[in-house]
Design a protein around this ligand. Structure first.
Ligand SMILES: [Zn+2]
Length: 387
């Protein structure tokens, strides 16, 4: 039986002094580690991860829990309440225009502080730990990352924190403890797919989602990168010293659970089952991961390409999200009745067909059916392979 705790963290305080909080649920098993951190809904319109977390509550009560799981549904009340009419505009912060999933701190990257070039210098750390056992490296490096967060927070006591830093600190103080970080999102109009660190093939198979985008260890501000890139940097630093037995010791994934604004408790049970399989792969839950239920198609993030709308119009999908296409296949028809200049009007004159530039899988469509020229109309996986 897991031992449960709940607390709430403040992620923003608004002008009328009201604290916006997120609930943090901790399930402790027989041991503290491995520790998994799972959050949902950092983008306010991407709802389905909350259903997955509710279903995980039940799984963690039912199955033997070896390590610890920290679950934060509705992690971003700021974003969830950015409602314009019926629509939740949840990707960008109304206050700053920044994407809520691009503001995390790169703890082995260039420092914001004048006192040091990097928050944690992986080369100095590796040199100082050249002959340490891997377990000690893991513990000491995590302490260094935590010390960097503490130092950043201390500076805010004097100079204050902008809203982006306040949010990053609140989240990363939790996620830095984790061996495995899962950030539950959705696509715009999309099937289920996964962003995985390069090389995490066995884990991706344990999740068993049908599509996988492989992410190199480059930091762009997202939580999955903030979680795994410092540990890849550490592994690389040991590699430069000729030590090849220090793998990347933390993984981070962005898990895309279908389309934005969709929410289903029933689908959440299957999503939680997939996540539980990954938790077994990492030893957080006892038992073996499941085999993938269907073949998995993967590509490198560099081969995941977006097509910008060549003209404005209304979007008529010729294929469903998640469909394999050949170069030249029609993917979308962009329709604008004002293009009918001949009389009597010919409906075909309203239509501009948009074709796949390459073979691949059309993974994601723009969420809305009226787009300007230049909008991301669809994104497709190219140069795909089976995982
Ligand atoms: Zn998202």
């Amino acid at each position: 039986m897991a031992k449960w705790e709940r607390r709430d963290i403040t992620v923003r305080t608004n002008a009328t002094g009201h604290e916006l909080t997120s609930p943090v649920f901790v399930a402790r098993g027989r041991k503290d580690r491995p520790l998994a951190y799972v959050q949902a809904n950092v983008h306010g319109g991407e709802l389905q991860g909350n259903a997955a977390i509710l279903a995980l509550f039940e799984i963690l009560e039912r199955e033997p829990l070896c390590g610890t799981v920290v679950l934060v549904p509705r992690v971003n009340p700021v974003s969830a309440n950015q409602q314009v009419g019926d629509y939740v505009a949840g990707v960008y912060d109304f206050l700053t225009g920044n994407n809520f999933n691009r503001g995390y701190l790169y703890l082995t990257g260039p420092s914001r502080s004048a006192s040091a070039a990097c928050y944690v210098d992986v080369d100095s750390f590796a040199t100082a730990h050249q002959s340490s056992p891997v377990g000690e490296i893991r513990d000491d490096f995590r302490e260094s990352l935590k010390a960097a967060l503490d130092a950043i927070e201390r500076e805010t006591l004097t100079w204050g924190a902008d809203t982006r830093l306040e949010f990053a600190l609140a989240i990363q103080k939790l996620s830095v403890e984790a061996d495995l970080v899962l950030d539950l999102h959705t696509g715009d109009r999309a099937p289920r797919y996964l962003y995985t660190p390069e090389g995490a093939t066995a884990a991706a198979r344990a999740f068993g989602f049908p599509f996988v985008l492989e992410v190199p260890a480059r930091f762009g501000g997202a939580l999955d990168e903030a979680s795994f890139v410092p540990w890849q940097d550490l592994s690389d630093a040991f590699g430069r010293l000729g030590r090849t037995d220090v793998p990347r010791l933390v993984d981070g994934f962005t898990v895309e659970l279908g389309s934005m604004n969709s929410f289903s408790l029933e689908a959440g049970r299957e999503d939680a089952r997939r996540i539980a399989s990954a938790l077994r792969h990492y030893g957080v839950l006892d038992g073996e991961p499941e085999l993938p239920p269907a073949p998995i198609t993967a590509c490198s993030i560099g081969h995941y390409r977006s097509l910008q709308a060549p003209v404005g119009g209304l979007v008529d999908l010729a294929v469903e999200p998640g469909t394999a296409v050949r170069a030249g296949d029609v993917v979308v028809r962009l329709v604008d009745p004002s293009r009918c200049r001949r009389l009597p009007p010919a409906p075909g004159d309203a239509v501009v067909e948009v074709r796949a530039p390459e073979d691949g899988v059309v993974l994601l469509f723009h969420a809305f059916s009226s787009v300007p020229k230049g909008a991301r109309l669809f994104s497709m996986m190219t140069k795909t392979r089976s995982l």
